[in-house]
Design a protein around this ligand. Structure first.
Ligand code: HAM
Length: 424
């Protein structure tokens, strides 16, 4: 009996995974331009880390975490996101005492037990970046520049960056009150979830997708109208720095993000054509988080992009790198096999991508296989060829043999020169 993969967990087969590799490589290049360095964080953490950072009343912590009890009784959780782990590592290794600013990036799988649908999985992968130690608006602007540069490096077009401010401890409580007041006045129009959210997490009322709640949303008070002077100035400065560089994200006063640690700047990238799960990425500022996780009073700002969704919007576009073998060896007979193995070993050491077919198969079936690799050049290594001390290179595309194309120089450079003569 076959054993299928778990619902919401999927394989990334080679035709797709090469696209992931290209995305990661391009991301690394951009991150390094911004002086970010990679951090590798564990996949499993103590459950309380996420409870305390993401927030007890968020969907993630309330119902989406993969949590289990370890044999020693510890409650563990498969990480649903990366920020909490990054901050935990930052605090644990006392980075604040070692460097004034830490700029880190990460790649890796995250786990949320959501209802699977197009663009929504239970295991998905993120490309993330976090800056710890900067509370100024220029740091937020730099994160947004980084985000735009990543999208450009991936050749994502038509994505929209949305921006909002979520205020701070000084101004949010007042706003919260205004929102609850509004919610109570519209209680009968709210969905069941929002009625419950009204007490626990009223900000979430703003991104409810239920038609009834959406219909009245425009009349809700906006955080942007309730910002304190500092938050207002911070937001204006972020926008000013972006505007000077020709970037004008859309202001979305109803974007609140699904994690509780945010303050001030919050942003999301949304793509067209992805359906309901159209957020390619999101992030924002989280100034209280390091402290909440037992560290010093250090500010933070970051974002994460979803790799599966990026790959979806990119489709077939401009991501492929050529990893096909440059040459395929077709051995005939025992001696042919021995020589082919030796040549392949030598050429690979010289940096050439080489495939060797199996000598046990007919030449015709080897040729068919060589065609499947999409390789242009095949070399038959048989008794006759060896006796003649010159190998025939077959141009699979032109369907043409070039007898004696490869002579005495059987080094990788010799091979390269021969292939170049044939127009490789
Ligand atoms: P998030 O908005 O929860 O933020 O997730 C970021 C991105 O991960 C989403 O925009 C989406 O592309 C992808 N994603 C989330 N859930 C799923 C899913 N179930 N299936 C497929 N893709 C998904 C965070 O995780 C924050 N830690 C970002 C951040 C970093 N904020 C500050 N620093």
């Amino acid at each position: 009996m076959k054993i299928p993969a778990v619902k919401g967990f999927r394989d990334v087969l080679p035709d797709e995974s090469i696209r992931w590799a290209v995305l990661e490589e391009r991301a690394r290049t951009v991150f390094h331009r911004y002086n970010f360095r990679e951090v590798r964080i564990p996949i499993v953490e103590r459950t309380e880390l996420f409870q305390r950072s993401i927030g007890e009343t968020t969907d993630i912590v309330e119902k989406e975490m993969y949590t289990f009890t370890d044999k020693d009784g510890t409650q563990l959780t498969l990480r649903p996101e990366g920020t909490a782990s990054v901050v935990r590592a930052y605090v644990e290794h006392a980075l604040a005492q070692r460097e004034r600013v830490s700029k880190w990036y990460y790649f890796g799988p995250m786990f949320r037990r959501e209802r699977p649908q197009k663009g929504r999985l239970r295991q998905f992968s993120q490309i993330g970046a976090e800056v710890l130690g900067r509370d100024d608006a220029a740091a937020d602007a730099e994160m947004l520049f980084l985000l735009y540069d990543l999208l450009a490096a991936f050749a994502v077009d038509g994505a929209e960056v949305q921006l909002n401010s979520l205020g701070c401890q000084a101004c949010r409580p007042g706003y919260r009150e205004a929102l609850v007041h509004w919610g109570r006045a519209h209680f009968t129009e709210l969905c069941d979830d929002c009625r419950r959210r009204l007490d626990q997490n009223p900000l979430r009322l703003l991104d409810c997708k239920q038609p009834g709640c959406l219909a009245i949303r425009d009349s809700a008070p906006r955080m942007l109208d309730h910002l304190c002077a500092e938050c207002g100035a911070h937001f204006a400065r972020v926008r000013e720095l972006l505007r000077r560089e020709g970037m004008q994200p859309t202001i979305n006063p109803y974007m609140v993000r699904g994690l509780d640690y945010y303050c001030r700047t919050a942003f999301e990238v949304v793509a067209r054509g992805l359906g309901a799960q159209n957020a390619l990425g999101g992030g924002g500022r989280y100034d209280g988080l390091v402290r909440a996780l037992g560290g010093p009073d250090v500010a933070g700002v970051g974002f994460a992009l979803g790799v599966e969704r990026l790959v979806m919007v990119l489709g077939e576009r401009a991501l492929d790198v050529d990893i096909r073998p440059e040459v395929v060896l077709l051995p005939v007979g025992d001696e042919g096999e021995a020589v082919a193995v030796e040549l392949a070993h030598r050429w690979r050491a010289g940096g050439v991508r080489v495939e060797v077919e199996s000598a046990g198969r007919s030449l015709k079936s080897q040729m068919r296989q060589a065609d499947k690799h999409g390789t242009r050049f095949a070399i038959i290594v048989g008794e006759e060829e060896l006796a003649g001390r010159a190998l025939t290179i077959r141009d699979m595309e032109a369907r043409r043999d070039h007898p004696r194309a490869l002579g005495l120089d059987l080094t990788a450079d010799g091979l390269r020169a021969a292939l170049a003569r044939l127009g490789a």
